[in-house]
Write a protein that binds this ligand. Structure first.
Ligand SMILES: Cc1ncc(C[n+]2csc(CCOP(=O)(O)OP(=O)(O)O)c2C)c(N)n1
Ligand SMILES: [Mg+2]
Length: 808
């Protein structure tokens, strides 16, 4: 590392240009660099001047008549500029305002956000998109703590990021200073490097080290702590030695023998599969991987943010047969994709037990995580892919396109795509997810950035909305963080404005996900970023209630007691958040309204818009093959509650008594919101337990405690009582078994045979045999007649039907 006495691209001594004629007399001299057109002339006032006065102090002692001085804030800004940092996101306050001002003055873009978390998400997205870290600038204590979420997310995503945190003055440390917090220590857990410069003079080298560490090896966040007393302190300009911009990361390549071995394992594969992760996107391996896929005719599967490295519409993309591809592949090449939860750890039952992994990764510590690879290729994904290509150039090889592997993948893709299209074509209102996403997909420009977060919204959206370009999808990522969407969208829009003007950013948000950083809509409007925000609104987390059910439920108690934790307020008008700040807002309920509003939003490149899309609150994703293979956390929860969990389709005869404790908590209006319940099977405890398990919610026990005694309607109580006396049960409407000997008593009426339960559904247990005729005193009567046939349970839950059955 070379040091030099003066900045390589040092700013000229600040030109104190003074207020220009259009700016007005209020502007302090240090803002003279700001282009007059950017300043709000109309709002110029004396109070504006006072507000900016604080910033002025940083530049006040420009010269003391001796050597030229520079403030700590200016040194930080110049050090960042020297390291080619282009964007700073943050929230100012004591002691960092001056740093933001100094950065702007050097031409670094400063984006003021509404929460440090979102600012940190935005800065990290800049790192992923540009390969050069963005900076998140935060105040001490709580500001820094908010940013920890962004640092952790960047750390798990392996994205470069620099966080600069102001901290308390050094002389007040341990004295209970304003917002005092052990920041360097706190950040260490989320960072590759966390440090405080020992003096203003060491700031440039610490910033260079932070930037370099963030991009070298596996990328990640780095933290630089700036004590308040550094910010305005003036030092002689010549005492500062700026460190030259760090070089781009050195490119590492895999061992030649390992590359040879990898190529030979791949050549011998019967059912090969390439998995393309966001590591491949980050390393800009798109050209090489596209070539490999095309040349060797290999099936590939992108991870969520690996989408677009090879376009989703490439004929070799097998996303639509993801589970099958993973489950039956015998050789899998991982291009910057980790065997973590997203890829089901590389383990059975989602994979063959003897599947061979060829793992390409920049990080040695990643190799062998969870599964021992057949071949490890340590190095830059792009460089290593080129090494592999060389092997196939030397000895050309193609995987046969007419193989049975291709055939099975294609068949599965076709059937899955048909199932999605079928759901998308449903005309019923409210719309389902698939209808929404197919409409959106039809209109999206091919080169747009797609940002997405939510649970169903993100998961289903990802399968329908296509990516054609690398690094054009940003989502909740490996950490599954909700709240990233708006920050990511802002970052993408700002980067796009500078590098690809006209490129659009579409941000597809679940209604819950949107709430995490919703106030960033103001940021979007303030910088007039023409982002199109889609809020897919199902009134809840995973699922919600419609307005009527919500109202009905509140009759049973206070919302804190009775509302399932997944619920959000029905029919919220999120679009009004956008109109409140001057953007365009749409509330849409039909496919036609969605088409029209999206067309208008995309046509308008001057304004942001938010389309609030109402969907069926109970809508879910289509049944997933893999759900049957993995453990359901829902089932686990039931077990934890001490309740029996029955496998799909089983006959619950023996366990029926234990089973009957369950309806006490299930037959509540609130339970309608349980995910996984088919619309028409709401309220059926069997449906809850026995149908395909829903996605991951874990309902906290208090919800059920509240439910046991409070929420049962009289009708339901009767039904439960009746079930509690049941001794036999039948599945799928089969006949109930004969009842036990009837007790001595008056003659009973023969029971009627009930209607047959609906196909595929479990029926109610067969009713107990009726009491037999009176016997000889002291002796039991003869066996009563056979119990009636079980009914479709959900039908019974409807009041009148139930009453009728009872009467019968
Ligand atoms: C920071 C954070 N908090 C909480 C969660 C738990 N969580 C997972 S998805 C989700 C929201 C899902 O609801 P929504 O965004 O409305 O999407 P939907 O499934 O309803 O379409 C939440 C809160 C999380 N992943 N991250
Ligand atoms: Mg939702």
């Amino acid at each position: 590392m070379r040091m030099r006495p003066s900045p390589p691209r040092a700013p000229k001594a600040p030109e104190v240009t003074g207020p220009g004629p259009t700016i007005g007399a209020w502007l302090p001299p240090q803002f003279g660099w700001v282009a007059p057109r950017l300043l709000p002339v109309a709002s110029a006032s004396t109070s504006n001047f006072l507000r900016w006065k604080m910033a002025e102090s940083a530049f006040a002692e420009r010269s003391d008549g001796g050597e030229e001085k520079v403030s700590g804030a200016e040194v930080i800004a110049q050090a960042l500029k020297t390291q080619d940092v282009e964007y700073v996101f943050g929230i100012v306050g004591i002691p960092v305002t001056e740093i933001a001002v100094a950065a702007q003055k050097l031409g670094i873009r400063y984006v003021g956000m509404r929460n440090e978390q979102a600012a940190c998400y935005a800065a990290s997205a800049v790192g992923y998109l540009t390969g050069r870290p963005g900076v998140c600038l935060v105040v001490s204590g709580p500001g820094l703590i908010h940013a920890l979420g962004g640092m952790a997310n960047a750390n798990v995503n392996c994205w470069p990021l620099i966080v600069i945190g102001g901290s308390s003055e050094r002389r007040q440390e341990t004295m209970g200073a304003f917002q005092e917090f052990p920041q360097v220590e706190a950040c260490r857990l989320y960072c590759k490097f966390s440090a405080r410069p020992s003096s203003i003079e060491t700031i440039p080298s610490i910033i260079e080290k932070a930037v370099r560490s963030s991009i070298y090896g596996r990328p990640g966040p780095c933290y630089v702590d700036i004590p308040a007393d550094f910010v305005n302190f003036q030092v002689n300009v010549n005492s500062i030695k700026y460190v030259e911009c760090c070089l781009p990361p050195p490119v590492s390549m895999a061992e030649t023998s390992a590359v040879y071995m990898a190529a030979s394992v791949l050549r011998n594969a019967k059912r090969p599969l390439l998995i393309i992760g966001k590591g491949a996107a980050y390393s800009r391996a798109e050209e090489a991987i596209r070539k490999l896929v095309g040349q060797c005719k290999l099936p590939f599967l992108p991870t969520p943010m690996g989408k677009g490295v090879v376009p989703d519409n490439h004929p070799n993309c097998v996303s639509a047969a993801r589970s099958r591809a993973l489950q039956f592949a015998d050789v899998i090449v991982l291009f910057g994709a980790r065997l973590n939860w997203i890829l089901h750890f590389g383990l059975p039952p989602r994979y063959q037990p003897d599947v061979k992994f060829i793992q390409i990764d920049i990080c040695a510590e990643e190799l062998g995580n969870n599964v021992k690879p057949a071949v490890s290729l340590l190095g830059d994904i792009n460089a290593v892919t080129k090494q592999l290509l060389e092997q196939f150039d030397k000895t050309p090889w193609q995987y046969p396109p007419e193989s049975s592997w291709w055939q099975t993948l294609r068949e599965k893709m076709e059937s899955n795509e048909a199932a999605s299209k079928e759901l998308a074509s449903q005309k019923s209102l409210p719309m389902n997810y698939y209808t929404v996403f197919y409409q959106v997909q039809e209109q999206l420009p091919r080169d747009c950035f797609v940002v997405s977060e939510g649970a169903n919204t993100m998961d289903i959206g990802r399968t329908v909305i296509q990516n054609y370009l690398p690094r054009h999808r940003l989502d909740a990522g490996t950490f599954g963080t909700m709240g990233v969407g708006l920050g990511f969208a802002i970052a993408a829009a700002i980067v796009a404005r500078d590098r690809n003007p006209g490129k659009r950013v579409i941000c597809v948000e679940g209604d819950s996900a949107f709430g995490f950083s919703g106030m960033e809509v103001e940021t979007i409007c303030r910088y007039n970023l023409p982002i199109v925000l889609l809020v897919v609104n199902n009134n809840g987390i995973y699922q919600g209630f419609d307005a009527d059910s919500w109202k009905e439920m509140l009759k049973f108690g206070d919302a804190t007691e009775v509302a399932p934790p997944v619920c959000l307020l029905p029919n919220s008008h999120y679009e009004q958040v956008m109109t409140a700040f001057g953007g365009k807002g749409y509330f849409v309920q039909t496919p036609e309204e969605l088409q029209k509003s999206l067309r208008e939003s995309l046509a308008d490149t001057t304004k942001p818009s938010l389309i609030n899309i109402m969907i069926e609150p109970q809508a879910t994703r289509k049944a997933q093959e893999e759900q049957k293979m993995t453990k359901s956390p829902y089932k686990e929860f039931l077990s934890l509650q001490g309740l029996n969990v029955f496998p799909e389709g089983c006959n619950v005869r023996e366990e029926s008594l234990a089973f009957l404790s369950w309806p006490l908590c299930l037959w509540t209006p609130a339970i309608k919101a349980l995910p996984g319940l088919d619309q028409k099977k709401r309220g059926s405890h069997r449906a809850c337990c026995l149908l395909t398990p829903p996605p991951p919610p874990l309902f906290p026990p208090p919800f059920f405690r509240g439910g046991r005694s409070l929420l049962l309607s009289p009708d339901m109580k009767n039904l439960i009582l009746e079930l509690e006396t049941t001794q036999s049960s039948c599945a799928q409407g089969s006949l109930g078994s004969p009842g036990p000997p009837g007790p001595q008593g008056p003659p009973g009426l023969p029971g009627k045979i009930g209607p047959k339960g609906e196909k595929g559904e479990l029926g109610l247990p067969g009713r107990k045999g009726r009491p037999g005729p009176p016997g000889v005193p002291g002796m039991p009567g003869p066996v009563g007649p056979e119990g009636p046939r079980g009914q479709s349970i959900w039908k019974c839950l409807k009041g009148p039907t139930y009453a009728k059955n009872k009467a019968g």
